[in-house]
Write a protein that binds this ligand. Sequence first.
Ligand SMILES: [Fe+2]
Length: 202
Amino acid sequence: MAFELEALPYAADALEPHIDKTTMEIHHDRHHQAYVDNLNKAIAGTDAENLSLLDIIKNVSKYSAAVRNNGGGHYNHSLFWKVLGPNAGGTPTGELADAINATFGSFDELKKQLQAAGATRFGSGWAWLIVGADGKLEVTSTPNQDNPLMDVAEVKGTPILGIDVWEHAYYLKFQNKRPAYLEEIFNVINWDAVAQNYAAAK
Ligand SMILES: [Fe+2]
C-alpha cells in the first residue's frame, strides 16, 4: 500500500503574515509530495512496502539512503504541519507547561534552546522537542531528514514538536536569515497540538 500526502490541515495562507502562502504551497505541494513519491519508489518491491511508516523509521538503518531521506521527510513534515496553525503562538498550558518549567526553568529558556538548536544545525535539518526514554523533555536536532525516532539518531526520543530549518522552509520570505524565521515561527506553533503529542508520548 503506497503512502499518500495528506492535505494541509488549514489553508496555505492561514499562517500569514508569519509564514507566507507561497512558501507553504511549495513546501507542502512540491517538497513533501516529492518525499512521499520518492519513498514509494524506494520501497516498491521490498519488504518495507507492507510496513507502517513508524516501523520503517524505527529500523531505518536496515534500509537504503533513499528510504531514510524520504521516509524521514514524509514523517517529519506530517508532524510539522500539525504543530503549526492559525490563531496559535502564545505559550503552552497545563501539564506540558508544568513539564517545560520543570525541565527548562521557563518557556523562554525552552524557546532559546529550540532557536539555538535550529540556528546551529549546519546545513539542512530539524530542531526538536522530544520526550526521552526517561519520560523527560529534551531539545535536540538532527541533520537532513533524520529524526529522533530513528535507530541512527544520536539522541533518541519521541518528537512532540519539530521545526524545519531547511532553507525551503523560509528562504522566500527570510532569505538567509534563519534566526529571523526561528523567531517568527513561534507565532504559529500550535501548543495544544504539541500538548496532545506530549500526552501520547509520555
Ligand atoms: Fe521541509
